[in-house]
Ligand binder design. Sequence first.
Ligand SMILES: *Cc1c(COP(=O)(O)O)cnc(C)c1O
Length: 438
Amino acid sequence: MSADPRRNVPRTDTLLADPRLAEAGERLGRGLVKDVVQQVQQRIRDGEVAPPDAVDAVLVRLPGTASSLRPVLNATGVLVHTNLGRAPLSPAAVEAVVAASGTTDVELDLSSGRRGPRGEGAIAALLAAVPAAEAALIVNNCAAALALVSTAFGQGRELVLARGELVEIGDGFRIPELLASTGARLREVGATNRVALADYRAALGTQTGAVLKVHPSNFVVRGFTRSVEVGELAAILAGTGVPLVADVGSGLLRPHPLLPDEPDLQTTLAAGADLVLASGDKLLGGPQAGLVLGRAELVQRLRRHPLYRALRVDKTTLAALEATLRGPLPPVQQMLAADVDELRVRARALADRLAAEGLDAVAVDAEARVGGGGAPEFPLPSAAVSLPPSFADPLRHGSPPVVGHVEGDRTLLNLRSLPPSQDDALAAAVLEVGRRWT
Ligand SMILES: *Cc1c(COP(=O)(O)O)cnc(C)c1O
């Protein structure tokens, strides 16, 4: 190397013409490759990379895809982690997304050559899974479903809602503020901890647009409490024409034996709700979506509302949702059902592999959570690999990044939130950190 490394910096054009970088440019976009080339040229100037290694240095720094979103191993023990994109899609759903990504018959009836109903397959799958529903509509997320309901039924009118259900879901998202932003007036009934049927009855009147019941997904009120069941509300609304809308949040289709307190779509409709709303990417385990199911006439009103056009989902979401409903059990459901003894076996196998390489790793029992604002009080028994606390940061910066949970003086890698197929990748990531940092 000459004394001045700047003289030896390979030219941008020369580097981009290298066959391996030209190929990467076709795949990732020339602009992205050029950015990395310029970073490497700077490192050469700084004396950190030798000029002959320039192409290799670019190649190792190129991202796997043209998107900056990276796959992350979720060892947090939170099954539905909002910061990690909530539900991971099932392989069947991923395949369906890829197949639907090109041009597809999302709104074309191929047999007649005419325009067809959008998302018919996903809607049919929802109705098959929730027989109590006459019709269904799919929007962007549950917040969008609430906004649509609130606009269509509540604008300029009153939405009757219990005070104990004025919920903040997370990241400052408050359901009452969303409802109010659509021009609906909130008619709050009861006290924070108690509401009675008589409170609802007293609030009903000519101004009532709908009665809303919101599942307080992420908190519980204990002690001197009282709430009103969907069935009781349905009884006082019968014959009034006022719709009863229940936001159940988590998207369980049917009752789940492990989550006895979590409301589900089928039971809530059967109990008398006219519409139920839920998320697609919580316990349902599918793509981000908002599901609206229930009485055909109400669903039709929502579908015809101009706002629906702004909230409808794209073809890939429809494909993923249908495949989640029709295909094999999605990862979230598998994680929920995983046997704790199997998790312990995985934790021991992983800890043994890491300890054999000299790392301070042991298998321990741990607790997991559903997360995503679901079943807040319900710890799920789990198992974890316990590492020293100093591992947490480098693991998050690793490749692939691993997000664990720091608890006291240890980093826990909780296995209930990680599909077993990712155990090898987890071990490799931890060993890499061990090699570099210890
Ligand atoms: C999570 C949740 C929402 C918001 O759902 P998104 O799909 O994130 O918009 C609304 N209501 C309840 C009860 C929830 O639990």
